[in-house]
Design a binder for this molecule. Structure first.
Ligand code: ADP
Ligand code: MG
Length: 144
């Protein structure tokens, strides 16, 4: 694995990191977004989707578990597993179909889907640091 650290002074810096990841991630990548509520996970996804050309709103799919997007012919699935009670519930939404090797998958609260989701190509861990945020990026072997 390769790790990198980023200090994100404000929301714009989180959006910019998301845009940077949009350029660096390979198609079909699986990204885990870790960190407490309010750490900036959804903001990062917003920056990434905007950089890929998505112009509409980006809200966390807390109740629906997953929100699908499509930009430039590439499907992107944004998961938020915060409210998931049992990983088996993922079976019911047909979780396997989302990880088809073609779509970019972004998962908030991936630890709640343990056993049901693929290993990550990139793990981003966000934490509050002063008025801003700190991001730790861990790239799996072969992804960087
Ligand atoms: P999460 O999805 O992790 O719960 P959000 O992305 O919804 O968190 O962000 C929560 C709040 O944090 C938002 O108000 C957002 O503007 C703010 N935020 C995001 N990045 C930063 C940053 N680098 N510095 C300060 N505030 C930030
Ligand atoms: Mg969120």
């Amino acid at each position: 694995t390769t790790t990198e650290q980023h200090r994100l002074a404000d929301e714009d810096a989180t959006l910019a990191l998301g845009a940077d990841l949009a350029r660096r991630l390979k198609p079909g990548a699986c990204v885990y977004l870790r960190g407490d509520l309010g750490a900036g996970k959804t903001t990062l996804v917003r920056g990434l989707l905007r950089a890929l050309g998505h112009q509409g709103a980006v809200k966390s799919p807390t109740y629906t578990l997953v929100e699908p997007y499509e930009t430039g012919g590439v499907p992107i699935y944004h998961f938020d597993l915060y409210r998931l009670g049992d990983p088996e519930e993922l079976e019911m939404i047909g979780i396997r179909d989302y990880f088809d090797g073609r779509a970019l998958c972004l998962l908030e609260w991936p630890e709640r889907g343990r056993g049901m989701i693929p290993a990550p190509d990139l793990t981003v861990t966000l934490a509050v640091e002063g008025r801003g945020r700190h991001a730790n990026l861990e790239w799996a072997h072969g992804q960087h």
